[in-house]
Unconditional design. Structure first.
Length: 138
């Protein structure tokens, strides 16, 4: 008996975007190798990196921008690239968490333990460390 391993199928960027469409997300191309994905007030910008797809920016839509989740030390905020800051509501955090979980699943990415517990963020703007993050507005 001989056993043959099936060669894993390589998904293209367009295949991944189609998977996201089938998951109920609105997908729009933003040029070569970039796409915007939206669902229920949450959005993300995706970049094709060849073998993988990178989530360049993800958050809640505020105006015409994607506001990223930011921790202010005492409260969570959504901060846009132009400095608009809005407090994060519990419903928004739930929607963002579900959106990111579904987005990772549609892209074929792993869901890590700490991100599956709840919404995490990479920006921290505590009062005691003003000036640490020069591109962020206070």
């Amino acid at each position: 008996m001989f056993f043959r391993r099936e060669k894993p199928r390589e998904f293209s960027f367009d295949d991944r975007l189609e998977t996201l469409r089938q998951a109920g997300m609105a997908v729009g191309k933003k040029g070569e190798g970039k796409a915007a994905v939206m669902r229920k007030g949450c959005a993300a910008v995706l970049v094709d990196r060849g073998e993988t797809v990178e989530i360049e920016r993800a958050g809640v839509v505020v105006g015409h921008e994607i506001a990223q989740l930011t921790h202010g030390g005492y409260q969570m905020f959504f901060l846009t690239p132009h400095g608009v800051k809005e407090p994060a509501l519990a419903e928004q955090l739930r929607e963002l968490h579900e959106f990111l979980e579904d987005l990772r699943e549609g892209l074929g990415q792993d869901s890590l333990y700490n991100t599956s517990l709840g919404t995490t963020n990479g920006k921290h703007l505590y009062d005691r460390v003003r000036g640490r993050d020069p591109q962020a507005a206070h």
